[in-house]
Design a binder for this molecule. Structure first.
Ligand SMILES: NC(=O)c1ccc[n+]([C@@H]2O[C@H](COP(=O)([O-])OP(=O)(O)OC[C@H]3O[C@@H](n4cnc5c(N)ncnc54)[C@H](OP(=O)(O)O)[C@@H]3O)[C@@H](O)[C@H]2O)c1
Length: 387
């Protein structure tokens, strides 16, 4: 039996993971679950899966969570240290499904003990890329990408023929505003930006998809996961989200992975790796799929892509700043403090102000991340006062 810990079990990725675990009780034993605030769902998941430990980051949720699990043989912890404790428990496989850099301490704890990490939390790789990869190398931890694009590349990336790879091609749905005018984007609401045409995801990644910063973060993620330079990672808009990404080989072969726009397949792939497991979802039927189309991304309406590329070229702490500023800007937009079209210029301003030397340890990443957030929050307040 593979032993399992799910970090971020109450989120979109987390819930899909739990569903697969419940459908395959004979194959997996759950050791720990961790979440942020949603103690009710966490308690429900814990009652169904009987882990030995559950952690909730919000300390105010400790009491109700403990009461909800009264009588169960499940230890309950609260606070960010408890989330890290959950990651340290000796499970073979860990879903890194917390959103944002908030997930970094727990993800690193799992990496340091050499676990097999199903890697969904892209913000960790963006902010701590080379340090995290080095930590994984030292501990022999295996990172299986869960982001559907990177999971697709992982499936068709021939490591033994790496020298024959010309480039990686990430597909992008284009998000909910793929075809709308820039002037209309200015007036858009969080509700409209959250309504992704193909994918059901958490709020933060949904807004990132609408600005296409998600694809920018994914370019950075791909650089670290596949040790490829930015100029060999292309982006193509594919509105149907069926082709999840491609690898182009020098002999003209394009190898792609196809599937429904649903996280079940990449999560199932990471759970069963190096084997494969059956899923209960209806499989993709190409006969009923709409024609598959591809188009160039529009860098004028979606400047986030070029900003992410600029950040990679800048090096130093730029990716960390880009990510932290983006997390603050997304929160600002969701709470209606800034307009949708303010998001990318806001990130650019923070990047210009906070660009500096490269962090050399996880502790330094966390310190810098905190400082950039403070500065970005301050800038957000100034911006609000001026409008
Ligand atoms: N959703 C997708 O389809 C998808 C696809 C590819 C990649 N990803 C990546 O996967 C990650 C998760 O995305 P998501 O869409 O699943 O996000 P989500 O629905 O917002 O879920 C986030 C999860 O993280 C937990 N969390 C937040 N802050 C925490 C903290 N400080 N400590 C512990 N737990 C915390 C949340 O707990 P509560 O809800 O209890 O507060 C929740 O379980 C992101 O990095 C995203 O980019 C997601």
């Amino acid at each position: 039996m593979k032993t399992i810990t799910v970090l971020g079990s109450t989120g979109s990725v987390g819930r899909t993971t739990i569903k697969l675990l419940l459908e395959n009780r004979d194959k997996f034993e759950v050791k720990a679950l961790a979440a942020g605030n949603n103690w009710k769902l966490l308690a429900e998941q814990a009652r169904l899966l009987s882990p030995s430990f559950v952690a909730i980051e919000n300390c105010d949720a400790y009491k109700p969570l403990q009461e909800a699990l009264d009588g169960e043989k499940i230890q309950v912890g609260a606070g960010s240290e408890a989330v890290v404790e959950a990651a340290k428990i000796n499970a073979d496989w860990v879903m890194a499904g917390i959103v944002g850099v908030a997930g970094l301490p727990a993800t690193v704890a799992a990496v340091r003990r050499g676990a097999l990490i199903a890697f969904a939390n892209k913000e960790c790789l963006v902010s701590a890329g080379s340090i995290l990869i080095e930590e994984a190398r030292k501990s022999n931890a295996k990172l299986i990408p869960v982001d559907s694009e990177h999971n697709a590349i992982f499936q068709v990336f021939e490591n033994e023929n790496k020298h024959s790879i010309d480039k990686i091609i990430l597909t992008a749905s284009g998000g909910p505003f793929r075809t709308i005018k820039l002037s209309d984007m200015e007036l858009t609401t969080p509700e409209a930006a959250l309504a992704h045409p193909n994918w059901k995801m958490g709020a933060k990644i949904s807004i990132d998809s609408a600005t296409m910063m998600n694809k920018g973060l994914e370019i950075i993620e791909a650089c670290f996961l596949f040790a490829m330079p930015e100029n060999r990672i292309d982006v193509i808009v594919h509105p149907q989200s069926i082709v999840h990404s491609l690898v182009a080989y020098r002999d003209g072969s394009l190898l792609a992975q196809l599937g429904s726009p649903d996280m079940t397949t990449p999560i199932a792939y990471s759970l069963a790796w190096p084997e494969r497991m059956a899923i209960s979802q209806q499989l993709l039927d190409l006969k009923v799929t709409a024609p598959l189309t591809f188009e160039e991304p529009d860098n004028v309406r979606f400047p986030a892509l070029n900003l992410a590329r600029e950040s990679i070229r800048l090096a130093g702490n730029s990716n960390l700043v880009l990510n932290a500023a983006n997390e603050i800007a997304v929160k600002g937009f969701l709470s209606r403090q800034i307009k949708f079209t303010d998001i990318v210029p806001f990130i650019k301003t923070v990047l210009d102000r906070e660009y500096g030397k490269e962090p050399i340890s996880i502790d330094e990443v966390l310190l810098m991340d905190r400082a950039v957030r403070q500065s970005a929050n301050h800038f957000l307040k100034m911006k609000m006062n001026n409008t």
